[in-house]
Design a protein around this ligand. Structure first.
Ligand code: MG
Length: 341
């Protein structure tokens, strides 16, 4: 960690928290990290016949999380959302850098933050390899690096008419948690407890991403909302899609809500960090086998269609095949989302 950009000498102590943690990290199995923390740059030695995947995500207090949020959970989420992007491309993590702006040096906060960060880094075998700290409004910016065999990255542009559309896990619980915390609806504290981790501690679907290299034609992670995110695939692949809202996988807690809320949160809630992907219908058995081996539900939710108009479109159906709406431009669901802020 460098602290050159901060005028505060006390920020040197930040190094202590991160260097100690970084030193206890497992060394990268394939030794792709030739040099970690401690010099002007980290060095990544690209593994033979692999490409490096790079992604950055920033979390800003007041924008992406509430002031006073648990620092350990924040650290875990900041890393998880980056790893989720690696998962969506089919990359395995190599390492990450952290740029951290802090309003003041708070040892208790830093201790909890670095503990959370290194716990996640260990869990996903993704070491901290560098970064920077400065004084400023609380902002956590992580850049993650991953590796993918050359040509195997799952891009957003590969979906073909006739492909199935799939999503992993369940969708909508992060949005349901947010709604409950904002008192937009009633949820028992027991129910909230069961789903709150979906909002605070998303699980990057890294293992799934690796398996999808061989079967998916396109993929992304659901960060802003399933239907809106799917539009990115449709636009880049120049196709339309139909999605059966009744098939969206929902938790038993979400299923207790009225059906319009269920569909709204599942289709457009955001912060799910599940993978939405497309695949030829000839891959269905393989995909079910992947689901079984990972013990992760993978649900067929729709179909890719040839593009009819100038703009890519998604048609929303119910189980009877009735068209509930068609969408072609962001922001999606805003008229539908009566909780939109
Ligand atoms: Mg993403």
């Amino acid at each position: 960690m460098s602290s050159r950009s901060t005028p505060l000498g006390e920020f040197d102590l930040i190094d202590r928290f991160f260097k100690t943690g970084a030193d206890s990290m497992p060394t990268n199995a394939d030794e792709a990290i030739a040099l970690g923390i401690g010099d002007d740059c980290a060095l990544i030695k690209p593994p033979a016949n692999e490409e490096i995947a790079i992604t950055s995500d920033m979390l800003v207090e007041g924008r992406h999380f509430f002031a006073g949020a648990d620092p350990a959970l924040l650290a875990r989420k900041a890393l998880a959302v980056n790893l989720s992007d690696l998962a969506a491309m089919g990359a395995r993590p190599l390492g990450f850098t952290l740029a951290l702006a802090l309003p003041a040096v708070d040892e208790v906060w830093l201790e909890a933050f670095s503990k959370g960060l290194f716990a996640s880094a260990k869990e996903y075998s993704c070491p901290l390899i560098g970064g920077d700290t400065t004084a400023g409004p609380l902002t956590i910016s992580i850049t993650a690096f991953g590796a993918i065999p050359t040509g195997k990255a799952i891009r957003r542009s590969g979906a073909k008419a006739g492909d199935d559309v799939w999503v992993s896990g369940t969708v909508g619980d992060a949005r349901l948690s947010l709604a409950a915390l904002r008192h937009e609806l009633n949820l028992s504290s027991e129910d909230l407890q069961q789903i709150e981790h979906r909002m605070h501690q998303p699980t990057p679907r890294l293992e799934l991403g690796l398996h999808l290299r061989e079967v998916a034609t396109a993929a992304l992670d659901v960060s802003d909302g399933l239907v809106g995110d799917l539009m990115h695939i449709l636009k880049q692949s120049q196709v339309d899609a139909e999605i059966d809202l009744d098939k969206l996988p929902k938790s038993n807690i979400l299923k207790k809500q009225e059906s319009s809320i269920q569909n709204l949160f599942a289709a457009s809630g955001g912060d799910d960090y599940e993978l939405c992907f497309t695949a030829s219908s000839s891959q269905r058995e393989k995909i079910q086998a992947i689901s079984k081996s990972l013990k992760l539900p993978l649900t067929l939710i729709g179909k890719i269609l040839p593009k009819k108009g100038v703009e890519a479109k998604v048609y929303l159906l119910d189980a009877s095949g009735t068209l509930l709406g068609d969408l072609q431009a962001a922001p999606f669901f805003n008229s539908f989302d009566h909780f939109a802020s």
